[in-house]
Ligand binder design. Structure first.
Ligand SMILES: Cc1ncc(C[n+]2csc(CCOP(=O)(O)OP(=O)(O)O)c2C)c(N)n1
Ligand SMILES: [Mg+2]
Length: 371
């Protein structure tokens, strides 16, 4: 039975958080119950799509690693272990909902229809942001840990004030939950009941720091301190992630406020290509997690529903191979963005001071211009 907490709502008397129907869909280990699966009514077709996207994104991730090792990318942050969280969360939202991602969310970008080769130009240092956030309803991949969280809450509050039925999802690692920005944003969201889903991709490492040395208590439990519910779910199970994110998004769109989802997984690879995890962790640490491979687990669900066969698996692999080759080609053919684009996409109506700065900068780029 969920705990009941009393909170003060803006302009109203103390109000108790009712028992949480989303938490009731989960086992103690954070896996969807049979009843939860029945209620979520995820079709075979939808589950096959999640499988297909996870296989695709894993192949693109491997290509990202290869490209960096071949000197074609400055940096790559692998997603291995995060496939179920990123794919199922992105697909559980309505296309009109917004996502504010962090640097590891390449698979979410792919799910939002951003061409993989263009998304990767960012890691090649060709662009500051290769897509229009408005067009894809997908913010830039943020490297400064935690800073996207207050942005997302502010945006979500704007949606609420506009009476716009939009849910906003913000993602981050468990390391980010130690940042001041994260706590301030959680509190603001709780006080003003912003329509936001906080999605923690808990891979149990913040570079070389293990979870026990970065997070006191449980991330999911922190939601209660800010007046809204939180659950810890099995982030290696696409079905669970899909059902819970969808329920939290429906709830946000109904005006029932924020929700925190801590999706537990494991960072199978290095933090980024600049890191050597053999210096701080042993193979034995993550061996058990290899058995919880998100793709194998999704295949097992599909097999149990008699919705998976060799022909489908092979066609999916072929599609992923072709997509990886196309991504490489697009990336290597991409030209650097014009330096002036650094001034774009920040303000809808740039202030005069910024316009002047941009004009001076562009003039300095002309032949004979003075820097
Ligand atoms: C404000 C800030 N401080 C420090 C860093 C350096 N840094 C980059 S990633 C990272 C760890 C983040 O771990 P977590 O939030 O768990 O995400 P993960 O990389 O595990 O997905 C740190 C400390 C940074 N990018 N930004
Ligand atoms: Mg982490």
């Amino acid at each position: 039975m969920a705990e009941t907490t009393t909170t003060r709502q803006p302009g109203g008397p103390g109000k108790a958080i009712p028992d949480d129907p989303i938490a009731a869909l989960l086992t103690a280990d954070g896996v969807l119950t049979a009843e939860g699966e029945r209620q979520a009514a995820i079709s075979d077709e939808r589950l096959r799509e999640l499988y297909r996207l996870m296989v695709l994104c894993r192949r693109l991730d491997t290509e990202g690693l290869n490209l960096q090792r071949q000197g074609e990318l400055g940096l790559w942050g692998p997603i291995a272990g995060h496939e179920a969280i990123q794919v199922a969360a992105a697909r559980a939202l309505a296309p009109t909902d917004w996502i504010f991602p962090y640097y590891r969310d390449f698979a979410m970008a792919v799910c939002r229809g951003i061409e993989p080769g263009l998304a990767m130009t960012w890691f090649r240092g060709l662009t500051h942001g290769a897509w229009s956030p408005q067009e894809h309803r997908f913010g830039p991949l943020i490297i400064s840990v935690g800073t996207q969280v207050p942005h997302a809450v502010g945006f979500a509050l704007g949606c609420k004030l506009d009476h716009d039925e939009t849910a906003v999802l913000v993602s981050f690692g468990e390391g980010a939950t130690s940042s001041g920005d994260w706590h301030e944003a959680m509190n603001f969201a709780g006080v003003f009941q912003a329509p936001i889903i906080f999605l923690c991709e808990n891979n149990q490492w913040a570079i070389s720091v293990p979870m026990a040395e970065e997070v006191a208590g449980r991330v999911a439990a922190r939601a209660a301190g800010y007046g809204f519910p939180g659950v810890r779910i099995d982030g290696t199970d696409a079905l669970t992630v899909y059902a819970i994110v969808r329920a939290a998004a429906d709830r946000a769109r109904r005006g029932e406020g924020p929700y925190l989802i801590e999706a537990l997984t494991y960072r199978i690879g290095p933090h980024t290509t600049s890191d050597d995890p053999t210096r701080y962790r042993a193979e034995a640490d993550f061996a058990p997690w290899r058995e919880k491979d998100p793709i194998a687990r999704c295949a097992a669900h599909l097999r149990a529903r008699a919705a998976f066969d060799d022909a489908f698996a092979q066609a999916t692999e072929r599609e992923a191979e072709e997509a990886a080759a196309a991504m490489r080609q697009t990336l290597l053919n991409a030209a650097p963005a014009h330096p002036g684009t650094v001034f774009d996409l920040v303000f809808a109506n740039p202030p005069d001071s910024l316009r002047r700065e941009r004009d001076e900068f562009l003039a300095a780029l002309e032949p004979g211009g003075t820097p």
